[in-house]
Structures are given as structure tokens and as C-alpha cells.
Write a protein that binds this ligand. Structure first.
Ligand code: AMP
Ligand code: GLY
Length: 423
């Protein structure tokens, strides 16, 4: 198959590898991993006309849209108008990620289970009263923020006054603010592939959003993630995963009823298991970064054929190897608040390596200001997978840090204890 890939992160490097096709790519920066896998590439900021011309010349079986930004900008609408099939939703459908107000209202309108108490505000009128009412709440801007816009009452917001101030600040740059019940539990990512009529679920994964060990420090794009050999998570039962799939199936159908369009791409639910069952925190309209790196390397089926089937609305179930996976990101010192760019050297390792925010210069590889490279261990046990990933990150040379605790038995036990205490 001939595929054009848009995007330049570790997520896209992993997608490029899994596509295993005649690959063409369009990247903002020079990702050495994607460059090596591509027959031809363009390095440029996203420019619809340039991308469209490239696509028309190549005439790919489909275009794979990696990140959410271009989806929000309507890249799929543009390419579809040129007659090119896209793996990724249109601008209107991508609102499931780009507008939390749209997502919550859709759940309400079509009675999709799993939403917390919530209310959408376009001004601060009534917001204080609602905050007092809910008592334990979070405040979310209505837009893309890379997972960093959500503030939790009692943690980031110390008083109702401070929460009101944050809402006012958000309303200056966003149309809506969502205030919702704070949920306590263990989070999991369930990435599903959709053709608009059928859904194919993948393996549940747990991400680690906090920068430092033991889930301390600021939120990041994700410092690492793991999945288990039994395709569950230590705190998760089969019925919980099935509940997540059912919610996503209902969302896919609601999206069709609401827009008349078919959703072709990834519906990634960010769920949380609470004492009241599985609840939905957010949807993403693309694969997770890092979570995609836990699933595509153990996919049994041909990935390009799966994507093509989704685009052509002929999607079947997909299968994964019974393996455990652990992914650890190496990031520049100071990330995410004051990252210090610098040189990066990666030596041979048993782990899979996916490049993220790096720049290949004449004298070597340089980090930029975001997550630099991801290392994935795959094995029969989570212990072994963790060791492979850990050995790899320890060998990296440069001013970097990573989370040692991801995928370790101690942290898994902590998750299970947390869930037990809640129940
Ligand atoms: P979102 O951008 O909606 O995924 O939120 C990012 C992160 O904020 C989630 O992964 C959660 O850790 C946290 N979060 C979002 N919504 C809630 C909620 N209702 N209760 C508790 N934490 C939340
Ligand atoms: N790892 C979280 C995300 O991709 O949104």
C-alpha cells in the first residue's frame, strides 16, 4: 500500500513503522525515524495547498493524520474535497476532542452513560453557585490544551474565588468553560478504531501524566505507559473494558446522528474507574502519545489494511499478541516548565526507539523543548518489559530525565491499593 503520513512525533514514528508501506510523509520537523522509513518527505509547517499537491502527485491509498491540531483545522475536509481518503475525522467530528462542551452535550443529548455531573458556561454567571453546589469539581477550557488546561479544585485551585478567577481567565480566550464533578479513581486509555459503523477496540493502556516519580509535579503530555499480557490492567476487570467499549460505540453512533457523517479514525476514550464504575473524562480524535506505542508493536494484523478498511467502511476486529509492554519517555531536564534543549545520544538497545521532539543536525541529534524519545520494552512479563525499557533509558546520554517507576511492581501495587481503598 502507498500511504501519506502527516505528523512528526514519536506517535507518528510508531505509526510509520506499523504501516510498513510505501511511505510518504509530511513533517514540521526532521524526525530521523520517519525520514528513514519514508520514500519521500516534505519538511514544512502545515500548508493545506502544499499537502494537497503532494497528495495528488503521490495518489496514496489513504492519508493518515497523526496529531489533533490538523484535525481541528479541517485538514480532512480539505483532502476529502480533493478526493483523497483520510484516516482521521473531519473538523466537525473532531469536535469530540476539540470541544469538551460539544462532547459533554452530545453525551447528554444521546443519553450516553459515563458522564460526571457537569455544566457548560459561556459567562461567569451562575458559575460560583454551581461550584458550591458540586463542591468537589474541576474546571476545563473548551479547546485543545495538550492535557494541561484542566485544574482541580483543592489541588490547583485553592478556593472558589481562585476557581472563579481561572474561569474568567479562560473565558477571555475560549467560548466556553466546563465545570464538572471531580472524579477519583484510576485512569485508563482505550483507543478504538472506527469506520463510522463498526468499532475495533485495542488493548487498554495506562499513561502517566505527572512529570515526576510517584505521580508528583506538573502535568505533561505523558511520561510513559504500560499494558499487560492479559490485555487488562491490574485494577481493571474485563467488564470495565467492555463498559468503555460500549460508551465509545454509543459515542460513535451519537456522532453520526448529530452530524450525518461517519467517523473514520481513532476514538480514544480517556476513562477513569471510580467507585461508581467507569466514567469518561475525555475523548481524543487520534491515537495517544505515548499510548499508541503500547499497542501497534504488538498488533497481529496488518495495520495499513486496518486503516484502509476503516476509510472504506469495512472494518473488522483486530488482534494483539499476548505480551506486556512498557514505554518510557526521555525528556530534557526542566521539562515541562523550563526545558533545556541539548544534545542527545542514543545507543543500541533491546528496546524499540521512537523519536519525538528532536532535530537531526549535521553533528548529531538535538533535543528541542518537549519529550525527546520514547523507549518500549516488550516481553512475556511486565517485569521484563520494564527492565528492557529502563535499561534503554539509562543508556541515553544527555541532560535528560525519565520516570524510573513506570511499569514497576511497586507502582502497579499502588494503583491496585488506590482502587481497593476507594471501594
Ligand atoms: P482532559 O484534558 O479532559 O483529559 O483532562 C486531563 C486530565 O485532567 C485527565 O487525564 C485527568 O487526570 C484530569 N481530569 C479531567 N477531568 C477530570 C475530572 N472530572 N475529575 C478528575 N480529574 C479530571
Ligand atoms: N497521552 C495522552 C494523550 O495522548 O492525549
Amino acid at each position: 500500500m502507498r500511504v501519506l503520513l502527516l505528523g512528526q512525533g514519536a506517535r507518528e514514528h510508531c505509526i510509520a513503522e506499523a504501516l510498513d508501506s510505501e511511505l510518504y510523509s509530511f513533517m514540521k520537523t526532521r524526525n530521523p525515524g520517519i525520514m528513514e522509513l519514508s520514500k519521500e518527505y516534505i519538511i514544512s509547517d502545515l500548508d493545506f495547498e502544499k499537502l494537497g499537491k503532494f497528495a495528488q502527485r503521490i495518489n496514496p491509498d489513504f492519508i493518515f493524520i497523526g496529531p489533533e491540531g490538523p484535525l481541528e483545522n479541517g485538514v480532512v475536509d480539505h483532502l476529502t474535497s480533493l478526493g483523497i481518503g483520510c484516516f482521521g475525522p473531519t473538523k466537525s467530528l473532531a469536535r469530540i476532542e476539540t470541544s469538551k462542551a460539544f462532547m459533554r452535550k452530545l453525551m447528554e443529548k444521546y443519553k450516553v452513560d459515563g458522564a460526571p455531573e457537569f455544566k457548560v458556561f459561556s459567562s461567569t454567571e451562575g458559575i460560583k453557585e454551581y461550584m458550591r453546589d458540586v463542591n468537589d469539581f474541576v474546571v476545563k477550557p473548551d479547546g485543545l490544551t495538550g492535557g494541561k488546561g484542566v485544574k482541580v479544585f483543592g489541588e490547583h485551585l485553592k478556593s472558589i474565588e481562585e476557581a472563579l478567577g481561572y474561569s474568567q481567565e479562560l473565558l477571555r480566550s475560549h467560548d466556553f468553560v466546563v465545570v464538572e464533578e471531580r472524579l477519583d479513581g484510576e485512569e485508563f486509555s482505550l483507543q478504538c478504531i472506527s469506520d463510522g459503523k463498526h468499532l475495533a477496540a485495542t488493548v487498554p493502556v495506562q499513561d502517566h501524566k505527572r512529570a515526576y516519580e510517584d505521580d508528583q509535579g506538573p502535568n505533561t503530555g505523558g511520561m510513559g505507559s504500560y499494558s499487560m499480557k492479559d490485555h487488562l490492567l491490574p485494577f481493571l476487570k474485563k467488564r470495565d473494558v467492555e463498559k468503555g467499549e460500549k460508551i465509545t460505540q454509543d459515542i460513535m453512533e451519537a456522532l453520526h446522528k448529530e452530524t450525518g457523517e461517519y467517523y473514520k479514525g481513532v476514538l480514544y476514550g480517556g476513562f477513569i474507574l471510580t467507585k461508581k464504575g467507569v466514567k469518561l473524562l475525555e475523548y481524543n480524535a487520534r491515537f495517544g502519545d505515548p499510548e499508541v506505542m503500547n499497542i501497534l508493536p504488538i498488533l497481529k494484523d496488518n495495520f495499513a489494511e486496518i486503516c484502509s478498511a476503516a476509510v472504506n467502511q469495512d472494518l473488522k476486529n483486530v488482534e494483539f499478541e499476548k505480551k506486556a509492554t512498557v514505554c518510557k519517555y526521555v525528556v530534557p531536564k526542566g521539562y515541562p516548565l523550563n526545558p533545556v534543549p541539548g544534545k542527545l545520544e542514543i545507543t543500541n538497545t533491546k528496546a524499540k526507539v521512537y523519536y519525538a521532539s528532536v532535530d537531526l543536525k549535521e553533528d548529531g541529534l538535538y533535543m528541542t523543548r518537549s519529550r525527546a524519545a520514547a523507549f518500549v520494552g516488550i516481553a512475556d512479563t511486565i517485569d521484563d518489559a520494564e527492565k528492557i525499557a529502563q535499561n534503554a533509558v539509562e543508556k541515553v546520554k544527555g541532560d535528560v530525565f525519565y520516570r524510573k517507576d513506570i511499569g514497576t511492581e511497586r507502582l502497579l501495587r499502588k494503583r491496585v491499593e488506590h482502587m481497593k481503598n476507594l471501594r
